[in-house]
Design a protein around this ligand. Structure first.
Ligand code: CS2
Length: 490
């Protein structure tokens, strides 16, 4: 039996397996979500589901995949129902019904714009990853980005998230329908502010009065999102299907911990998220920085350093005492103190809990997944710490080790002819120096990429030296050796 609206009532409900308790059929769409990947389905969709289980409301979600049709094709076979498997000390399964449809923007752009401009749509949320914002290093919209340039010439059938948002708002303005709120849920610092800047820069190219209307009418709250969500693998499908007693072809897996902090910057209605654990605050910045620096920075460090010695998962690499010790010292010596944490956050115990979360044996979080898009992720999770530490006269040695591991990771992949998942993959492949042994030139070549590094980092002799020393050491390395470098650095 396959999971569907017809069969869901037959799921073997227990305290560990739950199904939607609201009137799903009569729930209307109130949210359009751009990028309905695993993280959205394990996080925002679940908070929305829990809010509807508690108090109903027309907060069904229309998921919009910008390119890939897989989510639509698989989920439409099961009426968009899927299982959230919480894999931790406690294991549980929840069938989620919040997503009511999935559209594929590249095939159904008219329908997407129709949903965006519908009276009922109160909210647009996004998980489009760092690269989806199409920003220059100075935070302005990259008007030369291929997708943005395309959209500016084809604004009624766009392909980028920014193009869709502006077109949707344009139609609302024309029809005199109130604007929606736009909530970024990506691991990007100041995500709402950055998105607002991108949207306004784009709208100004289309029509200045539209840009003004957006500025005055659309709220772009900042938010911090957190929950470790590895991608769905075959074993996830098999375990979940046997647990719920029917076939679910696209469940998702997640740890038990989940957090969502949203800025108090809102117009009109919203789901009862505050009743199901979402924190609304005026200081998202502190929470965002804490999470990006104390969790994501360690994740990327482990992903690149761990991959260099052949580890596959976060659990494996964190279980190695040398790596565990390194990230603990990285945290206490270079990360904590680089930013002002929110008063209500006990940073030491927060960071300890994060490292404990990495040691969840139920979750197979692949280093290769975290290693994706390094050229984008590093700008959010490692480089700002280095910059703040330089300004505060604090050490940067261990952070430079993380960065050197990324450089070596890219060079090795190029030399071995392996695929690099990164928007700059082609650029790396066209940099002959990355294939050589000249570590000083390699560091220079990386640092000269101005879409990643700001001038202050490019020209900083101390940083350059740390990077060259680390890269030299890494090149001598086997697993034992890498352990020794890490120990020596500490
Ligand atoms: C990870 C994040 O893939 C990655 O880069 O660091 O997705 C991480 O698991 C989440 O931010 C946790 O909330």
């Amino acid at each position: 039996m396959n999971l569907s609206q017809k069969t869901v009532a037959k799921v073997a409900i227990s305290h560990k397996i739950t199904i939607p308790s609201y009137d799903r059929k009569n729930t209307e769409i109130g949210i359009v979500h751009l990028g309905p990947g695993a993280f959205h389905r394990a996080h925002q969709a679940v908070y929305t589901e829990n809010a509807m289980n508690l108090s109903g409301g027309n907060w069904g979600i229309c998921g919009v995949s910008l390119r890939s049709a897989t989510a639509r094709d698989v989920l439409s076979q099961q009426d968009y129902l899927y299982t959230l498997a919480t894999l931790d000390k406690n294991i549980s399964y929840q069938i989620i019904g919040a997503i009511k449809e999935v559209l594929v923007a590249s095939e159904q752009s008219e329908l997407v714009i129709e949903r965006l401009s519908a009276q009922n749509t109160k909210l647009v949320t996004l998980t489009i990853t760092e690269k989806g914002y199409c920003l220059n290093a100075d935070g302005s919209l990259d008007l030369t980005h291929a997708d943005i340039a395309y959209d500016l010439n084809n604004s009624s059938s766009p392909i980028s998230a920014i193009g869709f948002i502006v077109e949707g708002l344009k139609q609302r303005k024309a029809k005199d329908i109130p604007a929606f709120n736009v909530l970024s849920c990506d691991n990007v610092s100041g995500n709402g502010d950055k998105l607002q800047k991108a949207v306004l820069d784009y709208a100004e190219q289309v029509d200045c009065s539209l840009a003004k209307w957006i500025k005055n009418n659309v709220a772009f709250p900042n938010s911090m999102v957190d929950s470790i969500t590895p991608k769905t693998e075959e074993y996830t499908v098999n375990t979940v299907s046997s647990a719920i007693g029917m076939q679910d072809n696209w469940p998702i897996q997640r740890e038990e911990f989940t957090q969502w902090v949203i800025e108090n910057n809102w117009q009109g209605e919203k789901p009862d998220w505050d009743k199901v654990g979402v924190i609304f605050t005026n200081d998202v910045d502190g929470f965002e920085k804490a999470k990006l620096r104390l969790l994501n920075c360690l994740h990327s460090t482990l992903a690149y350093a761990g991959a260099l010695v052949g580890y596959e998962t976060i659990f494996e690499v964190t279980s190695d005492a040398v790596f565990h010790d390194f990230i603990t010292k990285l945290t206490t010596r270079e990360v904590i103190g680089s930013f002002e944490a929110p008063k209500e956050l006990d940073v030491l115990s927060y960071s300890k809990e994060i490292i404990e979360r990495f040691l969840n044996p139920e979750i197979r979080h692949l280093l290769s997944q975290i290693a994706w898009d390094g050229s984008q992720k590093l700008q959010m999770r490692i480089l700002p710490i280095i910059q703040d530490n330089i300004a505060l006269n604090r050490p940067t040695k261990l952070l430079c080790f993380s960065l050197a591991c990324w450089m070596e990771f890219i060079c090795r992949a190029l030399k071995n002819g392996e695929d690099i998942v990164d928007p700059l993959a082609d650029k790396f492949a066209q940099m002959p120096v990355l294939f050589t042994k000249d570590t000083a030139k390699i560091v220079d070549a990386f640092l000269s990429i101005d879409s990643i590094f700001s001038e202050d980092l490019m020209d900083n002799a101390v940083i350059k030296n740390h990077l060259i020393t680390n890269l030299n050491s890494l090149r001598m390395g086997n697993k034992l050796h890498l352990g020794k470098i890490m120990e020596a650095l500490c």
